[in-house]
Design a protein around this ligand. Structure first.
Ligand SMILES: [Zn+2]
Length: 399
């Protein structure tokens, strides 16, 4: 089997982190110095442990959190929650290589079934009695992601034992697998996991009818959040902040009520919400008044979100946050800060249904064979500028 692997190398990690921090325009150099390699090794033996099966990925997406990890921009908070070396890739559509029998809460899945992966490695996958989070159906809140018979790993794609999607083979637990209807093409199925995360964000936002929603960012997280909001909140009015021309066009085609350029964010929200714009002696302008709900989908927009959301409103952190802003407006405006991490099995089921009819055509903008993983990462780092929403890797060609 072939697998891209992130291995432990402090010097390489520090180099990648330094380069990506100091030279944000040279992210591809950071990828070049990241501790990543292509491993070629015997495949996994047929799993002996009940409920596990091998999966052969057809397509696996590159996510913003993967890019933050490989360029060393993610927080050291994650270090005890992963095990090295691991194969990245948690957005996966693939084929089951082993039969899975029925269990108390899942139907049998024969070998050859096309599946998508719900990547969180919760108590069921770890052979543990369910923790409070898992027992309530909120597997994203599992407290035991370092315990049980598996090495630490919050998700497939961050665990040394399971493999990940950027490969020709991985191991998955029955609790992580959803069968894909024949009618759903691979290019839509590979978006089910990121769409499920967007469904989670839309649910966590608890948007009421008539509320104005701002989505910061029009990369894959932002656009899929728009799709989820439009599907779950009938008639919702969503303004999307988009940096690049193709992103603006896509957001409008996918149902955004309006699109703002980042430079016009405050002005645009001020006009539509009849808010008051103030300029502090130092730092950036902000509004008194603003949108009801902001969903931050860029990783770096929490400060902007807090400065454009009305008093008593909500800000949802959807993208992995990479910055820490001034929290004064959070306090002064009594804004509720909510986060949305990953997706529950319920969110995955909703996303699988939505994926059949949602406006997802063209979102997978580039498919690279697995051997060209460096080119794929370069492309993904420049995706917005290049007019691409989602870059995926394919193991299909090298079987
Ligand atoms: Zn758990």
């Amino acid at each position: 089997m072939k697998a891209v692997e992130l291995y432990r190398s402090v010097p390489r990690y520090v180099t990648a982190r330094t380069l990506s921090g100091r030279l944000p325009h040279l992210q591809s150099v950071a990828v070049g110095s990241a501790p990543l390699r292509m491993a070629d090794r015997p495949g996994f033996p047929p799993p002996a442990r009940e409920g596990w099966a091998r999966v052969r990925p057809r397509l696996s997406g590159i996510c913003g959190s993967d890019l933050a990890t490989v360029t060393g921009r993610s927080s050291f908070y994650f270090s005890p929650l992963v095990s090295l070396p691991f194969t990245p890739g948690h957005e996966v559509v693939g084929d089951l290589l082993d039969d899975l029998g029925a269990s108390a809460d899942t139907a049998a899945l024969p070998a050859g079934t096309r599946v998508v992966l719900a990547p969180v490695l919760g108590c069921a996958a770890r052979g543990l009695e369910p923790c409070a989070g898992c027992a309530s159906g909120e597997r994203t809140r599992c407290d035991r992601v370092t315990l049980g018979h598996l090495s630490p790993g919050l998700q497939t794609g961050f665990c040394a034992d399971t493999g990940g999607g950027w490969s020709t083979e991985l191991l998955a637990h029955r609790s992580q697998l959803l069968p894909v209807p024949d009618s759903l093409p691979d290019e839509r199925a590979v978006l089910v996991e990121p769409l499920a995360c967007a469904v989670r964000a839309a649910r966590r936002a608890q948007v009421e009818p008539g509320e104005r929603v701002l989505v910061l960012g029009a990369g894959s997280v932002g656009l899929l959040t728009l799709v989820a909001l439009r599907a779950l909140v009938p008639g919702v009015d969503v303004t999307v902040v988009a940096k690049h021309r193709r992103q603006r066009e896509r957001a409008l085609a996918m149902g955004a009520a309006s699109v703002l350029a980042p430079a016009d964010l405050l002005g645009g929200v001020r006009r539509s919400a009849q808010a008051i714009r103030l300029s502090p002696e130092r730092g950036e302008d902000y509004l008194l008044g603003g949108v009801d709900v902001t969903i931050e989908c860029t990783g770096g927009g929490l400060g902007q979100a807090l400065r454009t959301t009305r008093a008593g409103g909500r800000v949802v952190l959807s993208g992995l946050p990479t910055t820490t802003p001034d929290l004064t407006p959070l306090w002064f405006r009594e804004i509720t800060l909510v986060s949305a991490y990953a997706a529950t099995p319920g969110d995955m089921g909703t996303a699988l249904e939505l994926a059949a009819s949602a406006p997802l055509d063209g979102l997978v903008g580039a498919t690279y064979p697995l051997e060209r993983w460096r080119d794929a990462l370069d492309h993904a780092l420049g995706a917005g500028r290049l007019g691409t929403t989602k870059v995926v890797l394919s193991g299909r060609e090298i079987r």
